[in-house]
Design a protein around this ligand. Sequence first.
Ligand SMILES: [Fe+2]
Length: 282
Amino acid sequence: MALEIKKLSNLMGAEATGVDLCKPISSTEAAKLNDALHENIVLCIRNQKLDGPRFVEACKVFGNLMRQVNEELCDPDLPELGNVTSGDVDRHDTKARVVRGTSWHSDHSFTEKPPSASILYAVKLPSRGGNTSFCNLRAAYNALPDEKKKQLQGLKARHQFRCSRAPNHIFIKLKNEADRIGAYIFPHPLVRQHLPTGEKTLYLNPQRMEDIIGLERKDSDALLDELVAHSESPAFHWDHQWQAGDMLVWDNRCSMHHANDDWPVNEERFLYKCIVEGEVPV
Ligand SMILES: [Fe+2]
């Protein structure tokens, strides 16, 4: 079977079939997968059969992997391997069931070099629900009026772990080495260039953007609210509906995503996660 790429919508998303990432692949195949990711922003590689170590190896097709940013959430023997699990609970007080990432965000934007891509692999899926939703920030940028594009030129937002504008409670109680991420604050441009394609894109993270440097707080809040509301238009959204064997890769530089907490509460959902090294956004 030859590697084939098929678009899943006009907005974003493509699927790859005819490739087995348990085995080494050719540089041509690796380039084809990366090109499909950069063009379509989300790439689903179907029918994979991976355990944790094989998943980590497979992810290296998309670049060097980072250690998981929060070390409480990764495999102690394999620091690149994280997980997303229905077994998560509130670590503060209540010990209630928690689903991470249910509001729009871009992974780890509060770091100096946020991951270029994130990758999930479905180990255990519920019988229904649990889609992952995506927002195409490249399309959102292109749809802005020229005046607005001009206004955004050169503006930077401060992204920080502890963000007063975050729409929901952040459940992870930081301890030990993870304490350091609580102090992270990095300014990133509101409009960045997507390195592989050269295209401009909005770069937003409503969970971590505190303010815009150089603006009065009320003007900063108003502009951030406006950009978030613009990107929250369904015209820029696409949902990935998980199938067994899916390995899902997305480009954090030009998209946001969120989880959907809508599967039966008594059913298990477990996915492996890796993140790929990125660059300082410019
Ligand atoms: Fe995420």
